[in-house]
Unconditional design. Structure first.
Length: 223
C-alpha cells in the first residue's frame, strides 16, 4: 500500500521520545574523531533505509546530499537548509544541501559538492569529504547518498533564493542525542507511516533528513 502523504508534520502528535538511548560522547564528535570513524566504517546496518514505497509512478532518481559538519570552536555543527516553498519535491522542508545526480558528476561526492555550491555557495575548497552513509530512498523515490564532510571556516554562504529559503546550523551534539529524537505515527486511508522529528528553534527537522541524521547517530554510537 502506498504510504500516505504528510502535509502538516508538526500537527501529528508525538508517540514517543528516545531519551532511553545514550547520546554520542562528545569525544566522538570532534573532526579528528569523525575522520577516524569514517576511515574504518566496518560492517554496519542503518536503522532506516527509506520512507517506503514511492507515491507515484515516477522512476527512481539518484541523488546525493552533503552532510556538512562545520568545525566551530564551541563544538561542531551541521549545516541545514529550508527548501523554497514552490519546489515540486519536499517544498518548505528542512534538508541537507543536495539534489539529483547529473550526467557530468563523477560520483555522489561530486553531486553533493556541486549542489552545495549551487544552493548555498559553499566553496569546495572549505570542504573535506570524509565518507558517506548508506543510500536512503525517499517516499518520492529519490535514492539519496548522504556524503559526510568536514567544513572549515571561514566561509561565506550565497543562498540561491530560487531553491533555498534559509540556511542555518544546528549543534551536532544536539542532533546526536536521542533525547531530542521524537517519534510520530500517521495513519490515513488505511495506511500507516512513522517518522522522526528533531525540532530546533523554529525549524522542524523531520522525515528523510531526520532519518539520515538518526543513521549518522547509529554509526557514531556503535562501539
Amino acid at each position: 500500500m502506498t504510504p500516505p502523504r504528510i502535509l502538516h508534520p508538526q500537527a501529528i502528535p508525538v508517540a514517543g521520545i528516545d531519551a532511553h538511548l545514550p547520546p554520542v560522547p562528545a569525544a566522538r564528535l570532534t573532526p579528528a574523531a569523525l575522520r577516524r570513524r569514517f576511515a574504518a566504517p566496518g560492517t554496519w546496518t542503518p536503522e532506516f533505509a527509506g520512507d517506503g514505497r514511492p507515491t507515484d509512478d515516477r522512476p527512481s532518481a539518484a541523488a546525493a546530499v552533503l552532510v556538512a559538519i562545520v568545525e566551530r570552536e564551541a563544538g561542531a555543527t551541521v549545516l541545514l537548509t529550508r527548501r523554497a516553498e514552490h519546489l515540486r519535491d519536499h517544498a518548505g522542508q528542512i534538508s541537507f544541501p543536495g539534489g539529483r545526480v547529473e550526467p557530468g558528476d563523477a560520483d555522489a561526492a561530486a553531486t553533493a559538492l556541486r549542489e552545495a555550491e549551487e544552493e548555498v555557495g559553499l566553496a569546495r575548497a572549505r570542504v573535506d569529504v570524509i565518507g558517506h552513509l548508506p543510500p536512503y530512498t525517499t517516499v518520492t523515490h529519490f535514492v539519496v547518498t548522504p556524503v559526510v564532510a568536514i567544513v572549515t571556516p571561514p566561509f561565506e554562504l550565497r543562498i540561491d533564493a530560487f531553491e533555498v529559503a534559509a540556511a542555518f546550523e544546528v549543534p551536532l551534539a544536539f542532533l546526536m542525542d536521542p533525547a531530542n529524537h521524537r517519534r510520530h505515527v500517521f495513519e490515513a486511508g488505511g495506511a500507516r507511516r512513522q517518522f522522526l522529528s528533531m525540532p530546533w528553534g523554529d525549524h522542524f527537522i523531520w522525515g528523510a533528513t531526520a532519518a539520515m541524521l538518526r543513521n549518522l547517530y547509529g554509526f557514531l554510537a556503535e562501539d
